[in-house]
Every structure is written in C-alpha cells, then in structure tokens.
Design a protein around this ligand. Structure first.
Ligand SMILES: CC(C)(COP(=O)(O)OP(=O)(O)OC[C@H]1O[C@@H](n2cnc3c(N)ncnc32)[C@H](O)[C@@H]1OP(=O)(O)O)[C@@H](O)C(=O)NCCC(=O)NCCS
Length: 294
C-alpha cells in the first residue's frame, strides 16, 4: 500500500479533513471551512493520510489550551484501521509538537479502540469529561435575571468579550477542574472561546457571567454549549441557571432539538446544574497525556 501523509493546503484538502472528522466523530460539530481557515497558523498542523490517492485518515497537532501541552489527534476511517495509518499519523504529529518545543503530549479517547491505541503509545489518563445532552421538545421559559443584571449578546456588543478576558475570563479558566492549569492567550480567548450566540450577563457594564451556543451548519438541529461561567463574586444567585435557560430558549426558538455539552468529571457544580435542567449523560471522554520524550 502506498501511504502518503501531507499537510492540508487547498480548500479541497480542508473539506476532505472535515469529511474525516464528520465520519469519525459524528456526534460533535465540526468546524466550518471558514473557521478552520481563520485558525490557520504555523503552530497548527493539519494532515491528510491517503492510501493510493484515497483519503483514509487525518491528523491535527497544535498547542493545547493546557500549559506546556501539545495536542495530537490522529483519526482513521473505519475500514482502514489496524494497518499502521494511525501510527504513521501520530509520528508526524509528535514530531510537530517536538518542533514547537512543548514538553507534554495531550490526546483524547472516546472509545476503546482509541484508548488501546493511546495506551500502546504510552499515554496515561489524566482527566475525564462527561458529555451531557438536553433534548428540547417545546418552548423554554427562562426565569427573570437576578437583580442588577442585564443580559446582552457578545455579537450585539463587539469588543465586550475581548475586554472581559482579564477580569472575567482568566478567573473562569482558572476554575476548570483539570490536572494542569489552562493557558489561554487573549487571542485564543477571542477566537476559540467565543460562540455565536454568546449571552453575557452585565453588571455595572462588566461581564459577570456567560453562556452560549456553538451552532452546527452540518446538523442545524443540534448545537453545543459554549463556555458557561459566572464570576466568583456572583455565584450562588441563580445566574448560571438563568443564562443557560436563556440559551436553551434561544435554541428552542431556532429549531434546535438537541444541545450537548462536555464538562470535566470533577466539575460537580456544572454537572449537577445540567442534570437539574434536564440534561442526560450521553458519553464519557478520557483525556490522556505523556511526556514528549519517553
Ligand atoms: C485510534 C486510531 C487513530 C488508530 O488508528 P489505526 O490506523 O487503526 O492504528 P494502527 O493500525 O496504527 O494501530 C497501532 C497499534 O495501536 C493499537 N490499537 C489500535 N487500535 C486498536 C484496537 N481497536 N484494539 C486494540 N488495540 C488497538 C494496537 O497495538 C495497534 O497495533 P497492532 O495493530 O499491530 O496490534 C483509530 O482507531 C481512530 O481513528 N479512532 C477514532 C479517533 C480517535 O479517537 N483518535 C484519537 C486517538 S489518541
């Protein structure tokens, strides 16, 4: 078999890359061509694996949101597995992380095959995430906002999300229940953490809470929750429930039947809140890590 692994260059390559992701991870939204193009930078490597000219897998390596981490994601289409394609992709992805000078490799596994593969290459579990899904069957009525709070969208107030990085974003990111602290630059906060619509709770002109939806152009009846967070001094007043119900109400009004969200296993507060709102646990994802040099 003639295996060729090469970086994505053309729009057609990016569409092929998307096709593999949609086939291997059908239960999650895949970034659009425009979103992928917007994220282009030398630190991110996107690969296609072809056998005799046919695309059979893809890869992604880039600095992760975790301090010191480089994330590596090989994916191989069913029907082409157990022939060394995943291994060949992983080698290229690891070499890229080495070039970036990052000391830790990070990967994820949602099923037994991926877990066996990751173990085979020395990755160890560091975190678990739980996917919870809310199925909507009718309109949703959010309760009133807590006193002194006005809810707007980031889209109608350009610049507000970026300005909230220091006082709101860094605190929210510091409270993630993860093994290694997150390290999210202002640029990444602005690009990767902002969804549309993103609802922002304002008090005295400052952002004190957020919740939103990443819509899915490939599957318009489903969406993924974006970051839900409440500033520490505003917790315990029903603000997260309010924002999340505003989000679900928007989803129901826009023909979305299913909203899913991934939450760290250790984040009991968020998981309990989701359960209270009718979300059901639908999947478990395992996050793994390994030193670059074994
Ligand atoms: C994980 C994945 C990329 C492996 O791709 P692949 O091309 O089948 O992998 P390889 O053929 O290179 O496998 C290398 C070794 O990994 C292990 N392995 C891979 N799949 C396995 C499975 N289903 N069960 C047990 N071991 C497995 C074996 O040790 C295998 O060597 P062997 O075939 O000689 O026994 C593929 O299953 C996949 O795309 N999964 C979904 C995407 C994903 O979660 N990727 C992230 C992985 S960290």
């Amino acid at each position: 078999m003639a295996l060729d692994i090469s970086p994505c260059v053309t729009d057609d390559d990016y569409e092929e890359w998307r096709r593999v992701r949609i086939a291997v991870v059908p239960y999650e939204r895949t970034q659009s061509l425009a979103e992928l193009r917007e994220g282009d930078k030398p630190a991110r490597l996107m690969l296609l694996a072809r056998v005799d000219g046919e695309v059979v897998g893809h890869g992604l390596a880039q600095p992760s949101d975790t301090s010191g981490g480089g994330s590596v994601i090989p994916r191989v289409l069913e029907g082409h597995r157990r022939r060394g394609v995943g291994t060949a992709l992983l080698e290229r992805l690891v070499a890229h992380v080495a070039d970036l000078g990052l000391p830790t490799l990070r990967a994820g596994a949602d099923d037994d095959a991926a877990l066996a593969f990751a173990h085979r290459f020395g990755f160890k579990e560091v975190n678990r995430e739980v996917e919870q899904t809310c199925r909507l069957s009718g309109p949703v009525e959010p309760p009133p906002a807590p006193d002194g709070v006005e809810v707007v969208t980031a889209q109608e107030r350009p610049g507000l999300w970026e300005a909230a990085y220091e006082r709101f974003g860094l605190e929210a990111l510091a409270d993630f229940a993860v093994d290694t602290p997150l390290d999210v630059s202002p640029e990444r906060w602005a690009r990767d953490w902002l969804v549309d619509p993103m609802f922002l709770a304002l008090h005295d002109g400052e952002v004190v809470g957020c919740a939103g939806l990443g819509r899915d152009a490939d599957e318009p009846t489903r969406a993924e929750n974006g970051l839900t967070a409440v500033r520490r001094d505003w917790r315990g007043r029903g603000l997260a429930i309010h924002l999340k119900l505003v989000t679900l109400a928007w989803a129901a009004e826009h023909g979305i039947a299913e909203v899913y969200t991934w939450t760290q296993d250790g984040n009991a507060a968020m998981r309990t809140l989701n359960t209270r709102l009718g979300y059901e646990t639908t999947r478990v994802g395992i996050q793994l890590a390994r030193p670059l040099d074994r």
